[in-house]
Unconditional design. Structure first.
Lengths: 438, 354
């Protein structure tokens, strides 16, 4: 059976060893065994029906035995179901703090344990800086006195150890700890993955061993998309592009499921970093407010906001998404379920009409469906305010960075401005001091 | 290896109908008057969604905004969810006793939640099709299955239907996805009827290319197929827009409310927001709207065909698929027009003959 041992790892296949190869050849899976009548399965695979019936009964017993059922009221170890009733913040053992109060507030306590989180942003947006802080922070959450380690898997550049040391020395919360409680570099394991096959093998077979041996509490993969890109080049001779995309979507789905399984089974947090690609939104303009000549010029900008600013009923949007309570809620387009439109809300870029540079995280919708939370790091240039000559490009003075929690299973949405400094990343309070550059 | 999904069963006060003890060897008989009485005193028949507009659409009548069971979903923040509601029974609402949770009652309510962890599709199939005698526990009125599409996609990933070089075994396997879904939906319906439950299944979305209308891809339910869609009683799509979230009703009371040809239709919509505590709150007037009333009139720039066919962005008309969609699979597999329109061959005959 093609997936019997992944469904029931402890199943004893000895008594059925004579029929399993025929079942495999007939491409019968465990689910088929449970839904089809034993006689049909036997006819397909040319095996005696009595054996099939016994196998099905044994599988059913095994599956019933391995289903965990928990009553929601008993025990405190249930992070899931109580969420709806009280908006409680995750406790220390269930979240890895980001060592910054603003970030922790936006994340309702930190990065949740047992879930798959994604950190997505352009290059130099600050993803690695964020992850390095997490590598140190996880060591602070220790149960029963054994300190937890972190495992950092890189696919592009190796772990920047010098920067990690710098963060360890300069971060206010870390340097304030007594020396026996401080995180150490010794508890950060790192590995490098070169290609996709190695990635699958390492994640499936070697990572669980490392987790158990070193009491790992956090698995970081930086970045998850890097190994996928060279695999699906135009140059591939066999198979059409469509087939390779379908194959890739299935691989991505399996990868997501594998990572979530690791997170749940070993009760660790899994954080992946992801890259972005540019996206051009289709232009949809409101009628009758915009004179035809203006319509024409607007069409040539692929990323202009979807509604004209001259529309009188539009209340001032600014950075918020709440409309005035007096006007009834309206759909901004007559095609609300188009992928382009909905992408504005789950990628992290696009639901603020003032941002014109839209990005899409790699690996697509199949990967997004696997995530427990997505954190987007947005970066927009700040231009120097000075008189420019004609034809001169505006000079970039610095970058305005924002962290957005796009969606999350355990926390609502939120956004925090932040900056990168010697001690890692730190959030900027609204209206507070902002140290530009450093 | 797969991550588990959750099933949550919720019990209200034990007013539900009686279940026959499974180990009884006698043929239990119930007199007609007893049966009638049981029907009338059975527990709440309909679970309100706390959004009055939505209740109105689902029941076809103006429902009173009773404080029903809170349906803030654990994944409420994720903007892409299609949820299907199968209420097997559609009678008038009895007295519901789960009003808004006060802090002293929260502990009580938590006890009513039972959480099952199911790592694979096989576990779900075993739970539903071959249930143990103690499942679902007595007094259960709501069963929620979350993130169902992930389980199905792992066991039966989508395949490109038209790819060549398939053996007969592979062709059979390719059709298994929809067959298993059909069996499962029949099992869920049976479970709902026998145990007087409502079952809600949440799935994520996939995307499908809309080549006929020339628009881009649209979001469609992650789990489809003729038998599944025929067996679902209500279907809700939850999506977002600037300012507010929307619930669209695509199917209600067994009738499909959207046009079959157009992909990506949302049906009647109700606007809501999720507040800081996770409760749903309806925005706008108490009714529901057809989407045409709501949106401002927009003119669309004329659709342009691509200037150049690019290999990796397979968007041209000839290639019928793109990074997100599998047009061929869905269009070929969705052969059934809906319940009653076409007779699907019963399963055993189908597989036995091949």
């Amino acid at each position: 059976m093609t997936n019997l041992l992944s469904v029931l790892p402890d199943f004893d296949i000895q008594p059925y060893a004579h029929i399993l190869p025929s079942l495999e050849k007939a491409l019968i899976s465990t689910a088929d065994l449970l839904t089809l009548d034993a006689l049909d399965v036997a006819k397909r695979a040319h095996v005696p029906p009595g054996d099939v019936r016994r196998l099905a009964a044994a599988v059913l017993d095994g599956v019933h035995g391995s289903t965990l059922s928990v009553n929601g009221g008993g025990g405190e170890g249930e992070p899931g179901e109580q969420r709806g009733n009280d908006g409680s913040v995750l406790s220390q053992s269930k979240a890895i703090s980001t060592l910054d109060d603003a970030f922790d507030a936006a994340l309702c306590g930190g990065i949740a344990v047992g879930k798959l989180t994604e950190l997505v942003g352009e290059s130099a947006a600050g993803k690695t800086q964020f992850l390095l802080t997490l590598l140190l922070s996880v060591q602070l959450s220790s149960a029963h006195g054994t300190a937890k380690s972190a495992l950092y898997i890189s696919t592009e550049a190796p772990l920047p150890t010098l920067r990690l040391v710098q963060i360890l020395e300069e971060h206010p919360k870390l340097s304030a700890l007594p020396s026996d409680e401080r995180p150490t570099m010794a508890r950060v394991q790192s590995a490098h993955i070169h290609d996709l096959e190695a990635q699958d093998h390492i994640l499936r077979y070697q990572v669980p061993v490392v987790i158990k041996r070193h009491n790992v509490g956090l698995l970081v993969i930086d970045s998850i998309a890097a190994n996928y890109r060279p695999e699906f080049d135009r140059g591939k001779a066999k198979g059409s592009a469509a087939e390779s995309f379908v194959k890739r979507s299935n691989q991505v789905t399996e990868l997501g499921a594998l990572l979530r399984h690791i997170a749940e089974k070993y009760n660790i947090a899994v954080v992946t970093a992801n890259q972005v690609a540019d996206r051009f939104a289709t232009v949809v303009e409101p009628a009758s407010q915009v004179p035809p000549s203006q319509q024409h010029t607007q069409k040539s900008q692929p990323t202009s906001p979807p509604y004209s600013t001259t529309h009188p009923a539009t209340t001032a949007h600014g950075a918020g998404t709440e409309r005035a309570t007096t006007s009834p809620p309206t759909l901004s387009t007559d095609d609300p379920l188009s992928l382009d439109h909905q992408q504005r809300f789950f990628t992290g870029w696009g639901d603020d009409p003032h941002i014109t540079n839209l990005k899409t995280p790699s690996l697509g919708l199949a990967w997004t469906n696997q995530l427990g939370a997505r954190i987007a790091l947005l970066k927009s240039p700040v231009y120097a305010v000075k008189p420019y000559g004609p034809g001169e490009e505006p000079e970039i003075e610095g970058w305005e960075r924002r962290l957005r929690v796009v969606f999350g299973e355990w926390c609502g949405e939120g956004r925090v401005g932040f900056e990168i400094w010697r001690g890692g990343v730190r959030g900027i309070r609204e209206g507070g001091e902002e140290a530009r550059g450093s | 290896m797969a991550a588990s999904i959750s099933i949550v069963t919720v019990a209200t006060s034990p007013a539900a109908s009686q279940k026959q003890p499974p180990s009884s060897h006698r043929l239990p008989t119930v007199s007609a008057s007893e049966a009638l009485q049981e029907l009338q005193t059975a527990g709440p028949e309909k679970i309100s969604t706390t959004l009055p507009g939505l209740d109105a659409v689902l029941s076809g009548a103006i429902a009173e905004p009773t404080g029903g069971l809170e349906r803030g979903k654990t994944n409420g923040a994720s903007p892409l969810i299609i949820s299907r509601l199968e209420s097997a029974l559609d009678r008038q609402t009895g007295a519901t006793n789960d009003t808004g949770a006060t802090s002293s009652n929260v502990g009580e309510y938590k006890k009513h939640f039972i959480h099952h962890r199911l790592p694979t599709l096989s576990h779900l199939l075993a739970l539903i099709l071959h249930p143990r005698p103690d499942f679902p526990s007595p007094g259960t009125t709501l069963l929620v299955i979350e993130e169902f599409h992930t389980l199905v996609d792992l066991d039966y990933p989508r395949v490109l239907f038209a790819s060549s070089g398939k053996t007969q075994q592979q062709k059979w396997q390719a059709g298994r996805r929809y067959a298993v879904l059909g069996t499962l939906i029949a099992g869920l319906n049976k479970l709902a009827v026998l145990n007087n439950l409502a079952i809600a299944v949440t799935t994520g979305c996939a995307s499908r290319v809309r080549t006929d209308s020339g628009l881009g891809s649209a979001l469609v339910p992650g789990v489809g197929g003729g038998e599944w869609e025929g067996g679902v009683w209500n279907r809700l799509v939850i999506f977002r827009d600037f300012g507010c979230r929307f619930v669209g009703v695509q199917k209600s009371g067994g009738r499909i409310l959207i046009s079959r040809e157009q992909i990506g239709e949302s049906g009647k919509v109700v606007c809501f927001t999720i507040d800081a505590h996770g409760a749903l709150r309806q925005k706008g007037p108490a009714g529901s709207f057809a989407p045409e009333d709501l949106c401002r009139k927009v003119t669309r720039s004329p659709t342009k065909s691509r200037k150049r066919a690019i290999d990796e962005v397979a968007d041209s008309e000839g290639e019928q698929s793109d990074e997100y969609g599998w047009a061929e699979t869905d269009e070929d597999a969705l052969t059934a027009d809906g319940p009653g329109d076409e007779v699907m061959e019963p399963l055993p005959a189908d597989t036995a003959g091949v």
